[in-house]
Design a protein around this ligand. Structure first.
Ligand code: CP
Ligand code: NVA
Length: 305
């Protein structure tokens, strides 16, 4: 593993090792045991989109690993003024030990990884959000005591979260059901890749427009914003179409009684999820947010250690 860009690209074993390391680093962290695995190393963090969790968890994570995180807003670096990805990669690899990038076009991350001789971590593109899903799987494991064979239901937009959830579930041997409105389905190529991954794992992938079919007997219920970063102009239209996909008490009752509710955050109460669900007893959203720290430390330690 040189880079961490998509859960489709890594093996089941590599994912299991990341999860094991994340759990170990979390345990050490709780006990106050230092783990300066990346002492003296520097991570550049390029952001062309906003972030709360990703920025803070990567910065704190790198610091806890003994390294130095460098926040690089695209407003402040020449990339934002038209310097090429190629030149940016060739320059940054001379200074840094790794690059984390959050941006719009997935191809930009692939290009950065191609040109840079140092590890590149995908911290969200329009297509994928793999770091989030490692933290999500860690959270499911902590609450359910296992991953294999669980049913993971995602209800909402066929977006970067839906894509990475499909890839992650296939690699970790969960069954997965995705319900989206007809005109907001997942990317066709991602679905084809995911189908191949599910075939290899022997687990089931359901793609449907029916939220009840997806959520029925689910162990994990997940949703995300209906309006992702960059889609702000579509907000009114999306809010009309996505109404039937709201995760509320009526829909949630089709899931298993002990189902957990998850959301990558930021959440918009009253839209993709109601307050009673996201702030209710089945919600594990803040454990999930915390695990971004531990999961990404595992990713950084693995790639840069
Ligand atoms: N879930 C997530 O990636 O949050 P941020 O956008 O705040 O980083
Ligand atoms: N789908 C959301 C995820 C935010 C973490 C977005 O891309 O804005």
């Amino acid at each position: 593993m040189k880079d961490f860009i998509s859960l489709h690209d890594i093996t089941k074993e590599e994912l299991e090792n990341l999860l094991k390391l994340a759990l170990k680093l979390k345990d050490e962290n709780k006990k106050g045991i230092a783990h300066p695995i990346l002492k003296g190393k520097t991570l550049g963090m390029i952001f062309t989109k906003s972030s709360t969790r990703t920025r803070v968890s990567f910065e704190v994570g790198m610091t806890q690993l003994g390294g130095y995180p460098l926040f690089l807003s695209s407003n402040d670096i020449q990339l934002g003024r038209g310097e090429t990805i190629h030149d940016t990669a060739k320059v940054l690899e001379r200074y840094l030990d790794g690059i984390m990038i959050r941006t719009f076009a997935h191809q930009d991350v692939l290009d950065l990884a191609h040109y840079a001789d140092i590890p590149v971590i995908n911290a969200l593109t329009d297509l994928l959000h793999p770091c989030q899903v490692v933290a999500d799987l860690q959270t499911v494991y902590e609450h359910k005591g296992k991953l294999e064979g669980l049913k993971f239901a995602y209800i909402g937009d066929g977006n970067n979260m839906a894509h990475s959830i499909m890839y992650g579930c296939a690699k970790a041997s969960l069954n997965c059901a995705i319900a989206t409105p007809k005109d907001y389905q997942c990317d066709g190529e991602v679905v084809e890749n995911a189908k191949a991954d599910f075939k290899a794992s022997g687990k089931e992938l359901i793609i449907t427009e029916d939220p009840i079919e997806a959520i029925k007997d689910a162990d994990v219920v997940y949703t995300d914003t209906w309006v992702s970063m960059g889609q702000e102009s579509e907000k009114a239209e999306r809010q009309k179409v996505f109404g039937p996909y709201q995760v509320n008490k009526e829909l949630f009752k089709y899931a298993k009684d002990d189902a957990i509710f998850m959301h990558c955050l930021p959440a918009y109460r009253g839209f993709e999820v109601t307050e009673e669900i996201i702030d209710g007893k089945n919600s594990v959203i803040f454990d999930e947010a915390e695990n971004r720290l531990h999961a990404q430390k595992a990713i950084m330690a693995t790639l840069m250690g």
